[in-house]
Design a protein around this ligand. Structure first.
Ligand SMILES: [Zn+2]
Length: 396
């Protein structure tokens, strides 16, 4: 794992790199057209990028009449690392310059074990995936499950991450990986992943709602993540939905997350199993010794009344909150992701949709797709790679 710090030297070079990243190989004439550059100017910029080792010529394009022209692509050796640290898991992947996942690996962790232990696992996975694939990293993008000061690369007062407050995640990882690192909230990097390769590929303004152990929302405006002044924009899991509600991990009462999230569903499932309200969940509890949101999904799919109601009520709560957000932000799409949401699937989506469409301003929902993510665990790692590539393929 070695650093190679080469950056484009001009704004045109940077634009050229982003086109090649997002579109794949492009012929010289087409590239010139898309960037509005003359042949000579393009040749100059391309030569420089080839010298820097960022771009390479790759065969000849089909003829458009006359001489066949060379196809240009991002250097085939470009490698970005995406690291998605969730509350209970770490996903690590290496991508090429076009952010296609080449190799990936994952492990279970508990983020409450603190930054040293969890980052050690992430570094081990990164070391393994790089050694196995022979990858030299150019940069890494990392997501953590809490608010992050993006500029400093440190978590800030994260509710479910004891010991992580102000821990220098960025500088520790830069030192250990030997390449530039950016750190962001995990929901933000998942939103970036959806924008790069998921259902939000064609949308510049959208909301990405993650429902996992916790709940959060990535806000993409004009193709950029909106992080807010202190990095907590979109932290919708801790919006109070009921003054009388249960106590949340953040210490407040009645947060959305305390009603509906992976952690809340597990707790409610346990109550339902122990109180005898759900035989189905009670059976699963005695078989497995514990219950998770996945058990609720399975019980609901099997028609268990209590589980179906849990999903419906949860979807209703999320929908109520989203209806307000949609009226406020007028997004072009809402993408619902995260392991819990994907596990609950269409029954959850249907409930969210019906509430949002009923409650939001008609003008805001007229053309609004509300869809499930199709990227699974790749959203976070691809988004991490996108985050760092956005920074490195720009002028320094
Ligand atoms: Zn809370």
């Amino acid at each position: 794992m070695r650093r190679m710090v080469t950056r484009p030297g001009s704004a045109d070079q940077a634009r050229l790199l982003l086109v090649l990243r997002d579109s794949g190989p492009v012929s010289r004439p087409e590239l010139g057209e898309r960037l509005g550059l003359s042949r000579s100017k393009l040749a100059l910029e391309v030569d420089r990028l080839i010298e820097l080792g960022l771009v390479e010529a790759r065969g000849l394009a089909a003829s458009r009449g006359g001489r066949r022209s060379a196809v240009l692509a991002l250097a085939s050796g470009l490698r970005f690392l995406g690291v998605d640290i969730g509350a209970t898991s770490v996903d690590v992947a290496v991508t090429d310059g076009e952010l296609r996942v080449l190799d990936r690996v994952a492990a279970r962790v508990d983020v409450r074990e603190g930054p040293e232990a969890v980052l050690e696992v992430a570094l081990e996975l990164a070391g393994k995936v790089c050694a196995d694939g022979g990858h030299d990293l150019h940069g890494a993008g990392v997501g953590v499950p809490g608010p992050v000061s993006f500029r400093d690369g440190v978590p800030v007062a994260p509710p479910i991450m004891p010991g992580w407050d102000r821990f220098p995640v960025k500088s520790v990882l830069e030192q250990r990986l030997g390449c530039p690192v950016l750190v962001d909230n995990d929901v933000n990097i998942m939103a970036l992943g959806e924008m790069h390769a998921g259902v939000a590929r064609t949308v510049d303004d959208f909301l990405f709602v993650k429902i996992g152990t916790g709940v959060g929302c990535g806000i993409v405006v004009d193709g950029q993540v909106y992080r807010g002044v202190s990095g907590s924009a979109g932290d919708i899991g801790h919006i109070r939905v009921d003054d009388e509600g249960p106590t949340c991990t953040c210490g407040n009462a009645g947060c959305l997350e305390a009603y509906f999230s992976g952690a809340a569903l597990a707790r409610q499932a346990l109550e339902a199993a122990r109180s005898g309200r759900s035989d189905h969940l009670a059976d699963r509890l005695s078989a497995a010794g514990s219950l998770t949101a996945a058990d609720v999904a399975a019980a609901a799919a099997a028609g268990d009344r209590v589980a179906v109601d849990m999903v419906r009520h949860g979807g209703h709560r999320v929908g109520l909150l989203l209806a307000g957000l949609v009226s406020f932000a007028n997004p072009g799409a809402v993408v619902i992701g995260g392991a819990v949401a994907i596990g609950l699937g269409h029954p959850l989506l249907a409930e969210i949709r019906s509430v949002v469409y009923r409650r939001s301003l008609p003008l805001a929902t007229g053309n609004l797709p509300i869809v499930l993510s199709e990227m699974g665990a790749d959203a976070g790692v691809v988004g991490g790679a996108r985050l760092i590539s956005d920074a490195l393929l720009r002028t320094a």
